[in-house]
Design a protein around this ligand. Sequence first.
Ligand code: ZN
Ligand code: ZN
Length: 321
Amino acid sequence: MRVFSNPVGAGSLWFDNLTTADGTPVAYDPQARAFLPMPPFCANREVIGCNWIAPSQGAFCQSCAMTALAPDPSLPNAMLNWAQTEAAKRWALDNLGRWHWFRPEDPGTRPVFHLLAEGATPVPMGHINGVITISVTEADPVLRVSRRQALDEPYRTMIGHMRHEIAHMLWWRLSLRHDFLDAFRAMFGDEQADYTSALQTHYTNGPPPDWKANFLTTYASAHPHEDWAETCAHLLHLTDIADSFVAAGLSSPELPDRNWDPYAETDAERLITVAASLTIGVNHINRSMGLSDLYPFVLSEPARRKLAFVHDWLRRGAQGR
Ligand SMILES: [Zn+2]
Ligand SMILES: [Zn+2]
């Protein structure tokens, strides 16, 4: 993520800021990718702390307008969890906008979000025909860590959920093209394989013993759809890590140049290699505070090829090229 300039004074603004350091209200304009000091602010600003601008007074911002179902506010912590979920959504959408997804120049369908709180039963997350369902209750750190441990995952966050589920929607968008599916199947396998039984087998037997040789995560080995979603989420992770590294003014001999824009990089192999090298350094920094690694994954050669494939399609997919 970029770091933004303050429109009314000195200093920087971060993507989630609602005000400047001295308390002046500001809002983020996703079209201009800049902060503005004047309304109209999003109608959800007072409700869940959305800091985006709206097209008119009393309207929702571009991101909140994509939320068709919001959680039942009577469920415990629903509003707080929803606010964090929308923040992760804005972040993921803004990143994707760097490759033109869901911006005015993108002629395709926008995602529709169902952001639901869990009552007595869990909310299954997923995507069907452009509709993305996310459990806002996963924003609760205790619940999330207990599920992460139960599933033996090295990483589980709201932004990770957003990227994974939006990735399924991006696959669906790309699958409407005439030229995508053959290429996809050659790289990831046949996604027409029975999904339900594949997931059952995954949860009963676990991943194949050699999963690390071909997949980024155990879940990616369950089915070509999940391999795509995990790989796509990881491309978004890695590109954002590299972009944030540059935006923070950090330097590394691995960077092509000081003003390098990872989203403009056309060479996927270069992007992946640079980002992976940066993660090694930032993992080391995290250990200085006793924190878990920023990016606790190893990239095999097949996984790199799949990341490059996703990069190629995400770069041109939103513009019909
Ligand atoms: Zn909003
Ligand atoms: Zn999935």
